[in-house]
Structure formats: structure tokens, C-alpha cells
Design a protein around this ligand. Structure first.
Ligand SMILES: *Cc1c(COP(=O)(O)O)cnc(C)c1O
Length: 496
């Protein structure tokens, strides 16, 4: 299968080239040229790994089945995920299931993709005869950084540098990152906010003089963000797997349509659900849930994207975003692969912060999606009420989706809510919702969440306080580039 650019500025490329390039160097994102329907037999009890082989095999056509299996086995096993089924599905209330995607090493759903993507990268580099040393640069507001560190640590031929805002992530998130071991990981706090980190990373990426100097020394930059197809396609798997789990448990009959509700930020997770639907999964509605940074739900409501608005720091920080990169792929898919429209919309977004789509597209979106946004009071209240009614503890992101589903009154069709983070990861806010108390100590709150939820502490967070801090570098915003050069120099010394 070939991959094409959403902006029509690149000829078709192989899966391995799409993955090793990450994004289209001229701008734009790689998408499959066609999305085949998948002959997935829901009467068969495939394991998660078997489901992954079926779904990923459709997209990574230049990987041999042995290569694919080796990626799958290294990514999804009992040392990486704390449940044999990789994901879990629980139904605390009739008509609703919670698809727990956070059983990986860092307690957020990003592990499902970031455990396997480094394996794709290794193989893709070999296939494209790329023997550069890859330096993965990551700017994170918390979750992506740790998931990427865990995925890429100790990988041959790859180093990873994560920048996070100094004082701008939770204590749990900071310690998760700062205690990362591995011989190729660096974590750096930047005296600025997340946007400063992101802008700094983008500036380093687009520094052509630096890139060519490094290329001469055998180094190249890459990214671990969901702009890379290799991060997106592993997420399609769990939609199929969750559907089959519902059939297994007799909650639906094979063929019944199901709603999937996704707490959304960069639009990667829900886009994977859309691809699953295109491949033939019986999806009734995709439900897109935003927090107070409601740029996407406003876009679906009005047909106008408007990024000119205030940015809020909320209690669901992993959804705090004003530019959702994967929306570009979605619009390309529903608009007959028109790259000229994408170019004109994204030019307009770049110059004025806005663009509008055709009313026929808006109608198409309305036929397949429901959407809405939830403010923080409603998130707190939903966590509290859901706990009181069912005993199940939601995290602050999953609660955004749950709140929207309750408001929409989706009777009749079974609804699966994607649970994107473990409640332990955001236990201070979760406890604040349930017990109404101020939280001073995140570690005590983890213990209390364990009592309330009757679940063991997530093993990615257990004993976090006792682990050694291995990364404590703090730098000024303006020193990000020299910091990267420094690190690369030391990597080169080790190699020589
Ligand atoms: C990244 C993240 C999201 C948003 O997912 P997208 O794919 O960016 O839409 C939601 N919840 C949590 C906990 C996350 O880490």
C-alpha cells in the first residue's frame, strides 16, 4: 500500500518511508492512498496480538509477517502491559462500556502506540537503508514525554530528548520522566510554558543549517508525535478488539452498531476510530468530546475553525490544544482526497487562524459524529456521580467523554467510552472531585484512589517516589538549541 500527502506535494511512498520520514518534509501528512475493508471475523476469539497482526498487516505492506510479529511481541507482552489482553473493557453501567487503554508502562493510552512505533522505526530505517543516528525531539505537556521515553529507551541508533515546561507538569508527571533510565534518554526542563517548548522544538527541526551540519556527522531529527502514521495505525486495532469483546460477553450481537466516544485533543485517537469505521467496523456514531478548549467541537458545530481564542489550562491537560494536527487527515478523507482544499484551508489557518469548510462536509460530519464540550465543574461532578452510582473511578479526561455521553442520552445503542488515562495518574484532581478536599500530596492521593477504586496502584506509578532522579537539567528557552547540540556531541563521543 502506498501513502500520499494530504497536500499533494509528494509522490506516493512506501509504508516504511512514510514512517521513517514522519511527516511530509514539504508540509502535510501521510495517509494511505486507499483504505481497504478488513475481513475481520468477529466470531473468532483473536488475542490482541492476533488482532494487531490483522489490522497492521493491511497498512504496513512492506513489512514481512515475521517483522510485524516481532514488533507486536516486543510491544505487547506481560512486561509492558499489566493485563494479558493489553486493553480492558468494563461495563459499570448498562449500555456503556469503558475501554481502558491505560494498562501500559506510563498509565496513559499513548503507550499502545508508543510501545510499538519504535519497532516500526527500526525496521523502516533498515528498509529505507537509512543508517543515520536518529534524534527524537519531543515537547510535552506531560503524557507524551514519558510514553515516548519508555518506547524509545535503549533502542539502537536512536536517542530521545524530551523538553517539558519547568513547573508546568504535575509532580507525578515530572517524576515519571525524571526517573527514566536507559542509555539514550535525556529529559530537560525549560523555563517557559508548553508553547515555548513546542516552538523551540519546531525551530530546531526547521533549522536547515543545523540539520545539514548534523547530517554530515550522521545524525537526523525525527518526531514521536501523532503526525507519524506509525503512531496512528496501532490505535485502529483496539476499536476492532473492543467490538469483539462486546460480542464475546453477549453485550451486543455480531453486526450491531456501536458508538465510540473519545476524549479528544490532537484528534489522533478518534481518527483511528474513523479509519476502523472505514474498514468496515460497525460504528454507529463517533462521539468527539472536548474540554473547555473546545476548538474542535465549535468547528463541528459551525463549520468554521477558529484558533484565535484564549488557551485554558484545564484539569484534563492532555486535551488542552488549539491546533489539532490530525484533523487535516480527517478532512482530507471526507473530502474526496482534495489536496487543493487542504492547502487553501491550512494556508488560511496559518495566516489568519481560521478557515471554513463546505456545508456538504458539515452535513457529512453530522451524519457520522456527535460532538460537544464539557466544562470543569461538569467534569468534577461527573467523576463524583459516576463513582457514587457505580464505584468506578474515572480520570479527568475519561470524565469529559463520560459527561458528554450522559448529556447526549444515547439510549438504544451501546456506547464505548475510550478511557485515555488511569485515574491514578491524575489522582489529586480525581480525589478533589470525589471527596471535595484540597489535595496537597499527590502520593497520598494515589493511595487513597487505590482504596476508593479497590484497584491496585498502577505499576507505572507505584514506588515512583523511591526511584532515583536521573535527569535534573533546567535550561532557559533560548538555550534549547545549544542543549540539543551538546547532547548530540556527547552521543557522538560515546560512539567514537
Ligand atoms: C493525548 C491524550 C488525549 C488526547 O488524544 P488525541 O489523540 O490527541 O486526541 C486524551 N487523554 C489523554 C489522557 C491523553 O494523554
Amino acid at each position: 500500500m502506498d501513502y500520499i500527502s494530504t497536500r499533494g506535494n509528494r509522490g506516493p511512498v512506501s509504508p516504511s518511508l512514510a514512517i521513517s520520514l514522519g511527516m511530509v518534509p514539504e508540509g502535510g501528512l501521510f495517509v494511505p492512498r486507499t483504505v481497504p475493508s478488513l475481513d475481520y471475523d468477529f466470531s473468532k476469539a483473536y488475542s490482541y496480538q492476533e488482532a494487531a497482526a490483522r489490522v497492521l498487516g493491511v497498512f504496513l505492506t512492506d513489512f514481512s509477517s515475521a517483522e510485524l510479529s516481532s514488533c507486536i511481541d516486543k510491544a505487547y507482552n506481560s512486561s509492558t502491559f499489566d493485563t494479558g489482553s493489553v486493553i480492558d473493557l468494563v461495563s459499570p453501567q448498562s449500555g456503556i462500556s469503558i475501554m481502558e487503554l491505560w494498562h501500559g508502562p506510563t498509565a496513559a493510552f499513548k503507550d499502545v502506540a508508543l510501545q510499538i512505533m519504535p519497532g516500526f522505526m527500526d525496521i523502516s530505517k533498515k528498509k529505507t537503508k537509512n543508517d543515520s543516528h536518529t534524534v527524537i525531539l519531543v515537547a510535552t505537556s506531560g503524557d507524551t514525554g514519558k510514553a515516548a521515553l519508555e518506547g524509545f529507551k535503549n533502542r539502537e541508533g536512536i536517542s530521545i530528548i524530551v523538553f517539558y515546561p519547568h513547573g508546568g507538569v504535575s509532580e507525578i508527571q515530572r517524576l515519571q520522566m525524571a526517573t527514566t533510565d536507559g542509555n539514550n534518554t535525556r529529559v530537560v526542563a525549560v523555563k517557559g510554558n508548553f508553547d515555548d517548548c513546542q516552538t523551540g522544538v519546531k525551530r530546531i527541526f526547521s533549522d536547515t543549517a543545523l540539520r545539514s551540519e548534523l547530517a554530515g556527522r550522521g545524525f537526523e531529527f525525527s518526531s514521536a508525535n501523532s503526525i507519524n502514521w506509525g503512531r496512528l495505525c496501532p490505535q485502529i486495532v483496539y476499536y476492532f478488539r473492543a467490538y469483539r469483546m462486546l460480542v464475546e460477553r453477549g453485550q451486543i450481537r455480531n453486526g450491531d452498531p456501536v458508538n465510540f466516544c473519545v476524549p479528544t485533543g490532537n484528534f489522533g485517537n478518534i481518527l483511528a476510530g474513523y479509519y476502523a469505521k472505514m474498514m468496515g467496523l460497525p460504528v454507529a456514531k463517533l462521539i468527539c468530546a472536548s474540554n473547555r478548549n473546545r476548538v474542535i467541537s465549535d468547528f463541528f458545530q459551525t463549520g468554521m475553525y477558529n484558533a484565535n481564542r484564549e488557551f485554558f489550562r484545564t484539569i484534563s491537560p492532555s486535551m488542552d490544544i488549539l491546533i489539532s494536527s490530525n484533523l487535516e487527515r480527517f478532512l482530507f478523507e471526507i473530502n474526496g482526497h482534495s489536496s487543493s482544499d487542504i492547502v487553501s484551508w491550512y494556508d488560511s489557518l496559518g495566516s489568519s487562524g481560521t478557515f471554513g469548510i463546505y456545508s456538504r462536509l458539515k452535513a457529512q460530519i453530522d451524519s457520522m459524529m456527535l460532538y460537544g464540550w464539557v466544562d470543569e465543574d461538569e467534569v468534577h461532578l461527573t467523576i463524583k456521580k459516576f463513582y457514587e452510582e457505580t464505584g468506578y473511578v474515572l480520570d479527568t479526561h475519561t470524565a469529559v467523554g463520560t459527561a458528554l455521553c450522559r448529556r447526549l442520552e444515547l439510549s438504544g445503542t451501546h456506547t464505548v467510552i475510550a478511557s485515555t488515562a488511569s485515574p491514578f495518574k491524575f489522582s489529586c484532581e480525581v480525589l478533589g472531585s470525589i471527596e471535595g478536599k484540597r489535595c496537597d500530596d499527590e502520593f497520598e492521593s494515589i493511595e487513597r484512589v487505590a482504596e476508593l477504586s479497590k484497584m491496585p496502584v498502577h505499576r507505572g506509578l507505584d514506588k515512583l517516589r523511591e526511584r532515583d532522579v536521573l535527569h535534573d537539567r533546567v535550561i532557559e528557552i533560548d538555550d534549547m538549541k545549544s542543549c540539543v547540540v551538546d547532547i548530540i556531541n556527547s552521543v557522538q563521543k560515546q560512539k567514537d
